[in-house]
Design a protein around this ligand. Structure first.
Ligand code: UDP
Length: 375
């Protein structure tokens, strides 16, 4: 074995960002990945000239210029703006919650009319400070929108009652009193032309980095710990510690991909099904992430089904409620007994990170590890 300075466990966005920055500073890095492909859940694959997001829609957005400039090095981004549409039993509404939504729901035309409507509906809460997702949602946009666009979607997405979910999840979505369907408030937004996989490929292309796929860290954990001076671990922190303090909860997903001989199946990249009965939460039509892409009369769609997660399944979302956050804190304390292991990413830090936040979290670790030295 070469004298590696770092072992990075997991070739997703966190691991790749760290490996890239370490190599830039002359460090030798070994990256191991349990799957047969790099780039984790941002993995995209070309089919029929269409970039298919294999693990769900990924739209890059950030307000931090440094992060935006960083990703531009690895791909050219298009000007895609996410404007998902909600389908509630055949009624269509614009998302996020904005004047178009309010107009369709209530016929209101001015922001003042919309505000008055919401003000009236949120009275059901009295003076209560919102303590869970349901109360937070009603407090933000009233009962009608909560019932039609949030309750069903949220309860199938998370597999539990909206009253038992943390309020922060719904605050991911903007509420706006203007006619603007942009799902994000961030300054910069787009999708890499040619897909996400190339980004991670380029990050890992440095000759100081070696990547090995299909490697199970846990099969040789003791060896790895004994051999590598520093390890960046981006898997599940509770699994790293053999679940000794208990199990953290995750939410699973299943993707059902279908190729269709039509040019345009649904007319938008993302359509959410917000009723409780439809078993999937959304359908994405990949070609609409990139304009004019793909063969005529061919399209690829993916239905996204939320699933209960159990040990051994692929984890997608951390469930950041009180119990799990408390347990994670205990694992983090336990992690101080492993000063040579850095935990990172959605799973290692047990945080509902977006892509930009993953990069920022990795850069923070890079600064801590190497100081502010840039190669
Ligand atoms: N959400 C909803 N209705 C929608 C879309 C989102 O109620 O049509 C809620 C739901 O609780 C979801 C949360 O908002 O979990 C965050 O949505 P986001 O689109 O940010 O989720 P992601 O794309 O990360 O799954």
């Amino acid at each position: 074995m070469k004298n590696y300075d770092y072992l990075v466990v997991g070739a997703g966005l966190f691991g790749a960002t760290f490996a890239y920055e370490a190599a830039k500073r002359g460090k030798r890095v070994k990256v191991i990945e349990k799957d047969d492909h790099i780039s984790g859940h941002i993995y995209t694959e070309e089919k029929d000239g269409i970039q298919v997001h294999k693990f769900g829609a990924h739209i890059f957005h950030t307000s931090i210029k440094k992060t935006w400039d960083f990703v531009q090095q690895f791909a050219e981004f298009n000007r895609y703006t996410n404007e998902p549409v909600a389908n509630y039993k055949g009624e269509l509404y614009n998302l996020p919650f904005n004047m178009n939504t309010f107009n369709k729901m209530w016929g209101v035309v001015t922001p003042a009319e919309a505000k008055a409507k919401i003000e009236e509906q949120r009275k059901v809460l009295g003076d209560k400070r919102p303590e869970n997702l349901e109360e937070q949602a009603i407090s933000l946009i009233g009962t009608d929108i909560y019932e039609k666009l949030i309750k069903g979607y949220t309860e199938k997405q998370w597999g539990r009652k909206a009253t038992e979910l943390p309020a922060f999840i719904i605050r991911r979505l903007p509420v706006r009193y203007i006619y603007d369907n942009n799902y994000f408030n961030d300054t910069y937004q787009g999708i890499p032309i040619g897909g996400y996989t190339q980004i991670v490929e380029k990050m890992l292309a440095d000759p100081l980095i070696d990547v090995e796929l299909n490697q199970d860290f846990f099969a040789k954990k003791a060896d790895y710990l004994a051999t590598y001076p520093r390890i960046v671990f981006t898997g599940m922190i509770d699994q790293f510690f053999d679940y000794q303090l208990g199990e953290l909860e995750y939410r699973g997903l299943r993707f059902e991909e279908e190729a269709l001989d039509v040019d345009n199946y649904q007319g938008n990249a993302v359509i959410n099904y917000t009723d409780a009965e439809t078993p999937y939460t959304r359908i994405i039509e990949h070609k609409h992430f990139e304009f004019g892409k793909g063969d005529k009369n061919k399209t690829i769609i993916t239905r996204e089904y939320p699933e209960n997660w159990q040990r051994g399944d692929e984890p997608y979302y951390p469930v950041n409620d009180k119990r799990n956050n408390g347990l994670f804190k205990q694992y983090r304390e336990l992690a101080s007994s492993q000063p040579n292991v850095i935990f990172g990413g959605r799973l290692g830090q047990y945080k509902y990170y977006n892509m930009d936040q993953v990069i920022e979290a990795a850069q923070k670790i890079v600064t801590r590890e190497f100081g502010d030295t840039e190669a």
